[in-house]
Write a protein that binds this ligand. Structure first.
Ligand code: NAD
Length: 355
């Protein structure tokens, strides 16, 4: 089996930090993948991982995704991410403030924000101990919840994908399955309902489904277990990663996959090409879900909402550029997006080495 250090070497991480505090019960991993473009920025996920190895692998994969996401989005920040191994019910002021002190000890090499199971109030606690935090509430001087911006970016990527697949970008009448009706999922449903798409939703949490149904009438609730056998035009994964695998791709009947979840392809080298073979257009996750980081990173340079909105809207054209590049390079869209991101990283590294 590959050792942890071999994995870190293979994935190209700069630094991985294990944080432990017996008093608060904090067990966190901060993974800094690449700081070529600037300090590493990425959210903190709280998840009750089955094993420590699962948590480490998640932190490594998520932080690497942030490097590509930030690079392709034209941001001057590097890629990092953190995970806290805990049940969300264990979150407390003390846990967040202790975590904030660990973030602070990295002196700005890593800047945090929210992710799955974390919110603006959690980041407010973190901000009591460090200035290296974004996504804090507006009343505390931050830009608030990044999820609406993520959802708008995903919507842009989905429309561009429709343009590529159908010749026009209207989603009216299209059957779209949104898997995961959490923060991003619900804002995405709002865009889709407004455009007249036929929206189906699934979640493992009945309370999240209830809140979506209360907000948006005319959406159809489907059983999460059978989603890959449904007849649909577009699958929007907005829950967790790795939902595109041998089993699901074998069953999927849709023209497009475009969603917010990070690391949707269980294995990008196997499942990117598999989707192409099935004739399914895949909008690279790290490209179209960048709205949130575009928004929180704006806090670092003096927040300007017009600039943020314009950067999020650019996801539409960038998605079309990636589809064109994937045809030119005869590769799948995720690989094409990685080529474009890596090109910027290499160019900036070269430019900095000459200074
Ligand atoms: P969230 O925790 O608010 O929502 C996730 C939802 O998915 C929850 O309702 C949860 O019950 C549901 N879920 C979990 N496992 C599921 C499963 N197996 N099947 C169906 N539903 C399941 O998180 P979020 O902030 O909405 O983020 C959603 C995804 O988008 C995550 O993968 C996150 O990393 C990614 N993302 C979020 C942002 C952001 O701005 N919030 C930015 C970029 C990427």
């Amino acid at each position: 089996m590959q050792s942890l250090f071999e994995k870190v070497q293979q994935m190209g991480h700069e630094q991985v930090v294990f944080c432990h505090d017996a008093h608060s019960g904090l067990k966190a991993i901060i993974a800094i993948h690449n700081t070529t473009l600037g300090p590493a920025l990425g959210g903190t996920r709280v998840w009750n991982y089955k094993s420590h190895e699962d948590a480490i692998v998640d932190a490594l994969r998520l932080s690497r995704g942030m490097t590509y996401k930030n690079a392709i989005s034209g941001l001057n920040i590097g890629g990092g991410k953190a995970v806290i191994i805990a049940d969300p019910s264990q979150k407390s002021e003390v846990l967040w403030r202790r975590y904030g002190r660990f973030v602070n000890s990295l002196n700005g090499k890593y800047i945090t924000a929210e992710d799955v199971n974390t919110n603006t109030s959690d980041m407010e606690f973190v901000s009591l101990e460090t200035k290296f935090v974004t996504g804090v509430p507006e009343y505390a001087g931050g830009s608030g919840d990044p999820s609406p911006f993520t959802a708008t970016g995903v919507y842009m990527g989905m429309k561009a994908s429709a343009k590529k697949a159908y010749g026009n970008d209207s989603l009216a009448g299209k059957k779209v399955l949104v898997q995961g009706t959490g923060h991003v999922g619900q804002y995405l449903i709002g865009h889709l309902v407004a455009e007249g798409a036929k929206v189906m939703v699934s979640d493992i949490d009945a309370a999240k489904i209830k809140s979506a149904v209360e907000k948006y009438r005319n959406i159809e609730v489907v059983d999460n277990a059978g989603i890959f056998d449904l007849d649909m035009d577009i699958y929007a994964p907005c829950a967790l990663g790795a939902t595109l695998n041998d089993d699901s791709i074998g069953r999927l009947k849709c023209a497009i996959v475009a969603g917010a979840a990070n690391n949707q392809l269980a294995d990008e080298n196997a499942h990117g090409p598999m989707l192409v073979k099935k004739g399914i257009l895949y909008a690279p996750d790290f490209l179209i879900n960048a709205g949130g980081v575009i928004n929180v990173s704006a806090e670092l340079e003096g927040y300007n909402i017009e600039k943020v909105n314009s950067a999020v809207e650019k996801i539409y054209n960038r998605t079309l550029d990636i589809y064109a590049l994937s045809e030119k390079e005869n590769t799948h869209p995720q690989a094409a997006a990685m080529i474009m991101a890596q090109q910027r990283l290499d160019d900036i590294a070269k430019m900095k080495s000459r200074m």
